[in-house]
Design a protein around this ligand. Structure first.
Ligand SMILES: [Zn+2]
Length: 314
């Protein structure tokens, strides 16, 4: 099957800085759809609050926010293709100063993530577009799907541009043999680090789609307005054009960390008595920081001793 969809994306992931008011201060959502003939599937996402929350938690600067935001959205798109208790991990591992970016999502629309270097500021092209690819560098996009089976599925592709949208489309083609077009847009308020808005789409040709239909669809999306200019409710009509489709589901998506003191206590316990004893001797306790939400958990000398005692029961 043709794979040109992958290469026709540049226009659709425009990330322009615009000082617009965030028109949606409520919840984020994803709209899932299928063409009337069942040959194409498309998702539209408003992820403004998701990326806004990520930026606030990580206190990240423009380019780092855009890189993390796009990776979080990529994970939300992958999560939306799953069902049940599946967990998706997306890793963007490049050799540039951004360092690794990681996002974890599930089928219910929840995502969390972090970027190793949250302090990379703007680098714009002459047209005002913020590029993140050169900060990420050469490397891989890795997708891990944990369906609760013994071995999780892992797919990996080399980064094409490291702008994330194209890389995800390339992953779908290479690892899942599904011709796809992905647009991911994150913009930052001019003169600040706050997120203005974030949106995305996924368009996939299903196995029934003919070569001619894919060509017609490619032509259709080439004439689509830039993602940045569309509200979430305008994305699907713009993607499908004259093709009939039906909305299958509209549901909430969000940034949420599921860490807890109990979970970190379990993690400390698993280090073993010797390690915990040396933490007591050297530091008089332990402070653990969640890398997804920056919540700090303090464990006193007594807490650590309790963990050691607790451990010896087993
Ligand atoms: Zn957390």
């Amino acid at each position: 099957m043709a794979h040109f969809l992958v290469f026709s994306l540049v226009k659709y992931r425009k990330t322009i800085v615009c000082d617009i008011l965030r028109y949606n201060t409520s919840m984020d959502k994803i709209i899932k759809s299928i063409s009337a003939n069942g040959h194409f599937r498309a998702f539209a996402l408003d992820a403004t609050e998701t990326v806004f929350e990520a930026q606030s938690l990580h206190d990240s600067m423009a380019s780092s926010t855009i890189a993390l935001g796009r990776t979080l959205i990529a994970a939300q798109i992958l999560g939306a293709l799953e069902k049940g208790d599946a967990k998706i991990t997306v890793k963007v591992i490049g050799d540039g100063p951004m360092g690794p970016i990681l996002a974890v999502s599930d089928a219910s629309g929840t995502v969390k993530g972090y970027v190793k270097n949250p302090d990379l500021d703007y680098r714009r092209t002459s047209t005002g577009e913020i590029l993140i690819g050169e900060f990420i560098g050469n490397g891989q996009l890795i997708v891990i799907k944990d369906m609760g089976l013994r071995t999780p599925y892992t797919g990996q592709v080399d980064l094409i541009s490291a702008e994330i949208g194209e890389d995800l489309a390339w992953y779908f083609l290479q690892s899942e043999q599904t011709p796809s077009s992905v647009g991911i847009h994150v913009s930052i308020k001019e003169g600040s680090d706050q997120v203005a808005d974030a949106s995305a789409f996924l368009l996939q040709a299903l196995p029934e789609a003919s070569e001619a239909e894919i060509l017609a669809m490619e032509k259709q999306i080439k004439n689509m307005p830039a993602l940045a200019s569309l509200s979430v409710d305008e994305i699907l009509p713009a993607l499908y054009g004259n093709i009939d489709y039906k909305v299958l589901e509209e549901s909430e998506i969000r940034y949420k960390c599921d860490c807890s003191r109990e979970r970190f206590a379990e993690g400390l316990k698993s280090l073993g008595s010797a390690e915990l004893t040396s933490m007591i001797e050297e530091d008089g306790g332990a402070e653990v920081v969640c890398q997804f939400c920056n919540t700090k958990y303090e464990f006193s000398e007594k807490d650590l001793n309790d963990l050691i005692l607790n451990q010896s029961e087993f």
